[in-house]
Design a protein around this ligand. Structure first.
Ligand code: SAM
Ligand code: SF4
Length: 465
């Protein structure tokens, strides 16, 4: 595969990045590619023969580190093969496993050249220089978060119609199950002016939809150009004024930080998509308190009511953890009850996974069979709700942002306002644009649509006959 690099024609170095975990890691991987492009690195889709491989890792649930070590074993063989043919492959481990394991990675897998935490990856060019000058493996796991955003290139390689933009990092909430405050550090918000500049550049490169990212995105509070503290709602209003930007989303939000202004923005801003990811984790007050979530189940119900009052067509998704230490059958029933009462269009659900260094990992753990059975019941209910929501979309007309070619000839795939993948025939030339689509059928995980003009033309033809 030919490596593509907009900065240099040739010679070209091949960069392979494997991304694990959340959208924030996807954003970070893209930014690492932007950072290395001026050094002649172009992204390729397989690690064979790459000059540099980065594993951008996630530590949120169990076995993450083990997966990384087995991937490193495979990469070692590729590195040896490259060395035998006279070449050199550099291997870097980035992301939250790098932050959590640090030097342990290099001692367990000496073929690793660089270990870089999520707040220090702007130092990669300098780290590469040190390694190629013959230094032994290099480690960077500090938390200089402001420095990172200031050091990343302003230019971003164009990657399609929809883009992520990190506005906030880290977390101060310390939920008792979560490693994020330890691996990503304290909460930090980027200044609105920097975010707006990055958003305008994205739009100029063809982006039509931006998803604002943060581990706790609605805790955003940046120092505005007017000298005032801007919350997420104020930031979204400013970005909604950018011509050519058609859609805005944000994730992941915490129920505690959904303030009145943000709820009002959902009712007022057409560009803010009517789909909100609002993790609740559990429907039991007892478990929510043990998780240190800082809200109860009734708070969540009241919040959902207010959001739905502001924007009637909004759909919700959520995250759930089952089998948290001490969770009883009654607690789990409360979660099932909350799901039935709220009704979700989609959701992610996980078995509780003890994370080293977090308070809940020290508690006595539930047997895996219990976690497994609860997860099965919850996922069955959530799937039922997702299918019902998709079915309710049949016959509706949605604006779809087409992003890529589909599997069938002439077909393109885009996203509805509710993030559902929508396939439509004859839409290939519409990639990168928004187009009206009538939803013809709901499939288990996607929708089949017909372009509205094409639909109208077909009907007119049928009528003429
Ligand atoms: N900040 C978000 C919030 O407050 O809900 C969550 C961000 S976290 C990166 C993404 C999701 O991973 C969480 O919502 C939770 O459901 C899940 N998660 C985090 N730690 C977990 C653990 N130890 N075991 C199982 N799932 C976990
Ligand atoms: Fe983790 Fe989210 Fe809780 Fe922060 S608010 S500790 S990111 S689950």
């Amino acid at each position: 595969m030919r490596a593509v690099n907009p900065f240099r024609e040739w010679p070209m170095r091949k960069l392979f990045i494997k991304t694990y975990g959340c959208q924030m890691n996807v954003y970070d991987s893209d930014r690492m590619a932007d950072l290395l492009a001026p050094l002649g690195y172009g992204v390729v889709e397989t690690p064979e023969d790459a000059d540099m491989v980065i594993l951008n890792t996630c530590h949120i649930r169990e076995k993450a580190a083990e997966k990384v070590y087995s991937e490193l074993g495979r990469l070692r063989a590729l590195k040896d093969a490259k060395a035998e043919s006279g070449g050199k492959m550099l291997i870097a481990v980035a992301g939250c496993v790098a932050q959590a394991e640090g030097a342990e990675i290099i001692s367990r897998q000496p073929s690793v050249d660089m270990v870089v935490g999520p707040q220090s990856y702007h130092r990669l060019p300098e780290m590469i220089a040190r390694v190629t000058r013959g230094c032994s493996a290099v480690l960077e796991t500090e938390f200089p978060v402001e420095e990172k955003f200031d050091s990343l290139p302003e230019e971003r390689i164009s990657r399609g119609a929809s883009a992520f933009l990190t506005v906030q990092e880290g977390c101060d909430k310390f939920c008792t199950f979560c490693v994020v405050p330890y691996t990503r550090g304290a909460e930090f918000s980027r200044p609105p002016a920097d975010i707006e500049r990055e958003a305008r550049r994205l739009v100029n490169s063809g982006v039509r939809e931006i998803t604002l990212l943060g581990q706790n995105v609605n805790a955003y509070h940046g120092n505005g150009p007017d000298g005032k503290d801007w919350g997420l709602a104020r930031l979204i209003r400013a970005l909604a004024d950018i011509d050519g930007l058609e859609r805005l989303r944000y994730t992941t939000s915490h129920p505690r930080d959904m303030d009145d202004e943000l709820i009002a923005a959902h009712g007022e801003l057409e560009k803010l998509m009517p789909y909100l990811h609002l993790p609740v984790q559990s429907g039991s007050d007892r478990v929510l308190s043990a998780m240190n979530r800082q809200h109860g189940r009734d708070d969540y119900f009241r919040l959902v009511e207010r959001i739905r009052a502001a924007r009637k067509d909004i759909a919700l998704s959520s995250d759930f953890i089952v089998g948290f230490p001490g969770e009883t059958d009654k607690d789990f029933d409360d979660t099932m009850d909350l799901v039935r009462q709220v009704g979700f269009a989609g959701a992610f659900s996980f078995k509780y996974s003890p994370r080293p260094g977090t308070p809940a990992s020290l508690e006595s753990q539930l047997p895996d069979e219990v976690k497994h059975a609860r997860l099965q019941s919850l996922q069955a209910l959530l799937f039922e709700q997702q299918s019902a929501f998709n079915k309710s979309c049949e016959g509706k007309i949605f604006s779809v942002l087409f992003e890529k070619a589909g599997r069938k000839q002439g077909q393109a795939v885009g996203r509805s306002p509710y993030l559902q993948p929508v396939h439509a025939e004859g839409a290939l030339s519409l990639i990168g644009t928004l187009h009206k689509v009538r939803i013809a059928a709901a499939l288990p995980n996607s929708l089949r649509g017909v372009l509205v003009e094409a639909d109208a033309r077909t009907q007119a033809k049928e009528f003429a006959h």
